[in-house]
Ligand binder design. Structure first.
Ligand SMILES: [Zn+2]
Length: 313
């Protein structure tokens, strides 16, 4: 028997539900304090991302943190909305990005890419993955696309390149929401051991004493990936940051690596090569292999399709 995690399988009377290690994003609000919380476990999604891109350990940490951040933003998405995070840095990883959208089955589909996922750096002075080094300095762009109306665009300079601090800086400066963000990917010899993140946002009119308590908890917070490796699920991560604040409006969604690429989108991307190059490719009589940047899915494009594209220019 095979089953995807998170899916109900079997006849109704033998229905099994796989909850172990399921990627999930959760959120809740502490209305009395004026704080909002979200947390994500993204181990399987980041592991699939690493597999598809064959990314180095440090690249996996950077891309995985951004994927986890996109899932944290994703919990508030409505159908046909999406959020895109893109970092343009001058480090060895090059431009990289992650996005999340609501899938037809109600889960969050997240994906990530990088210009140079094979790039690697030695550990930093603390013996940890040198994410700041592989990212370099540059900018963080956030785009929130809505089903109706213009998308929201925000761009901020990177503050540390460690991703979590950069996301918090973006929220404080572009959306005027003071925030605490922690993101992490824990690698082991077997690959991705754990990935997760937490976020707290200070809403307008928040109780200053509650904000002080939040800051104290944030300073004492264990690395989220370490907590996930020790068995914490998304709700446990959230409660580590929420403490004993009374929570309401609890919300949770499944998360999985998902790409929405199609042959048509890949063909459209090929148009960027220019009519002359496309005509040459068509004349060669050979099929062209193209890969989706986000999921590395392989597409084979026939010479007749290339000729058609060349004609469309
Ligand atoms: Zn794809």
């Amino acid at each position: 028997m095979s089953a995807r995690f998170g899916q109900e399988v079997g006849a109704p009377w033998t229905r099994l539900r796989f909850h172990m290690n399921v990627d999930r994003v959760v959120s809740a609000v502490a209305p009395g304090s004026g704080l909002a919380f979200a947390a994500v476990v993204a181990t399987r999604s980041v592991a699939e991302m690493r597999c598809r891109h064959d990314s180095s350990p440090t690249a996996t940490a950077a891309m995985g943190r951004l994927l986890a951040a996109s899932a944290l933003f994703g919990i508030s998405l409505a159908p046909h909305e999406w959020v895109t995070l893109r970092i343009s840095g001058d480090g060895a990883l090059g431009t990289f990005g992650a996005d999340s959208r609501l899938l037809d089955d109600g889960a969050i589909g997240a994906r990530a890419y990088a210009a140079h996922p094979l790039a690697e750096l030695p550990p930093n002075a603390l013996g940890k993955a040198d994410v700041a080094g592989i990212v370099g300095s540059g900018t963080l762009h956030v785009t929130k696309s809505y089903a109706i109306g213009q998308p929201y665009n925000g761009v901020v300079p990177l503050t540390t390149g460690e991703i979590a601090e950069d996301i918090a800086f973006y929220l404080a400066n572009s959306e005027q929401i003071p925030s605490v963000v922690a993101l992490g990917v824990l690698m082991g010899p077997e690959g991705v051991r754990a990935a997760g993140g937490v976020m707290a946002q200070v809403l307008p009119g928040a109780d200053p004493a509650a904000v002080d308590r939040l800051e104290a908890r944030a300073r004492a917070l264990a690395a989220p990936a370490r907590s996930v490796a020790e068995g914490a699920d998304a709700w446990a991560l959230l409660e580590m940051l929420a403490g004993d604040e009374p929570l309401r409006s609890r919300h949770e969604l499944g998360v999985r690596f998902a790409c929405h690429c199609t042959l048509e989108r890949v063909e459209r991307a090929l148009l960027g090569l220019g009519a002359e190059t496309l005509a040459e490719m068509a004349a060669s009589g050979e099929s062209t292999e193209a890969f989706c940047d986000f999921c590395r899915e392989r597409y084979l494009i026939e010479p007749s399709a290339i000729a058609r594209l060349a004609g469309e220019r």
